[in-house]
Ligand binder design. Structure first.
Ligand SMILES: C[S@@+](CC[C@H](N)C(=O)[O-])C[C@H]1O[C@@H](n2cnc3c(N)ncnc32)[C@H](O)[C@@H]1O
Length: 266
């Protein structure tokens, strides 16, 4: 595993790795990661109306969910009044997400809302849910983001995306996040898996301490249990604004998932 932060990820390795995801979609093997519903932790946080969310009274907020899977979180965010883009490597994934969004936006399931609001949305304004086939690490899909005066997304949500990437791709993940987020936007991460040994192979790769290392410390995210530490210089582009264990989370988080919210340092 490359420990040199300047090491380049071999292009061949990445393209082979990417085609692996597409093959999993094409052979209907999404059960490895599919949770069947949006993230309860994200819903609860959103409905708590966090002050850290940017305020734009004259327009809807915009969001990106990279590696959005079947689009559950994309649709849930749209049901909360946000214009959302789901990005997927897989064409089939995009088609499945589009069909899901069409049905779900017309008749939303109660699982899209916090327990106390299960009867329906807090807002009467519904956002758009749009799905793009594209590679997060490339920029060519960005021209299909149809937002007037686009200066980056107000919210980007990462769940089981970082842990799905080769460790060598982590530094690029952090760089792309900083490019795609608006100056007052929030990067929201549901950190999983935190119970998995960092030495074990993935996907999913264990990410305990990895978000902090990349975003706050400016490291390459390739750490081990012995060296991982929140001490040391903070040379990363992001500042962690919130960090907590959510009350509701998916079963497979084994009670260890953590919720972190990041802003770009000014
Ligand atoms: C582990 S799955 C998680 C999906 C989704 N977040 C969920 O919770 O159901 C990772 C997803 O990221 C997609 N993916 C992997 N690399 C990607 C890339 N470079 N750009 C866009 N999507 C990617 C895969 O196709 C796969 O659907």
């Amino acid at each position: 595993m490359a420990m040199d932060p300047h090491a380049q990820v071999p292009t061949q390795l990445i393209s082979h790795f990417s085609s692996g995801w597409i093959e999993l979609w094409d052979s209907d093997q999404t059960h490895f990661w599919d949770r069947g519903k949006p993230s309860p932790a994200l819903i609860d946080w959103l409905e708590s109306q966090p002050e850290v969310l940017p305020l734009h009274p004259n327009r809807k907020l915009t969001a990106l969910v990279p590696g959005c899977g079947k689009g559950y979180d994309v649709v849930m965010l749209a049901l909360h009044g946000i214009d959302v883009y789901g990005l997927e490597l897989s064409r089939k994934g995009v088609e499945i997400s589009e069909a899901y969004a069409k049905a779900e936006l017309a008749r939303p399931s109660s699982y899209n809302f916090a327990i106390e609001n299960e009867t329906g949305p807090l807002t009467s304004v519904i956002g758009n849910a749009k799905f793009l086939e594209g590679d997060f690490f490339k920029t060519n899909w960005e021209k299909r983001v149809a937002i007037d005066g686009f200066q980056g997304f107000d919210l980007i949500y990462d769940y089981t995306f970082l842990c799905a990437l080769l460790p060598e791709m982590r530094m690029d993940w952090g760089r792309r996040m900083s490019e795609l987020l608006s100056p007052d936007g929030v990067l929201v991460c549901l950190e999983f898996p935190l119970h998995k040994d960092l030495k074990l192979p993935g996907p999913p790769w264990g990410v305990k301490g990895v978000y902090w290392n990349i975003l706050s410390q400016g490291g390459d995210g390739i750490i081990d249990e012995e060296t991982a530490s929140e001490e040391g210089q903070l040379q990363g582009k992001f500042k962690r604004m919130t960090y907590f264990k959510p009350a509701r989370m998916y079963e497979n988080g084994k009670g260890t998932d953590m919720f972190s919210v990041w802003k770009l340092r000014r």
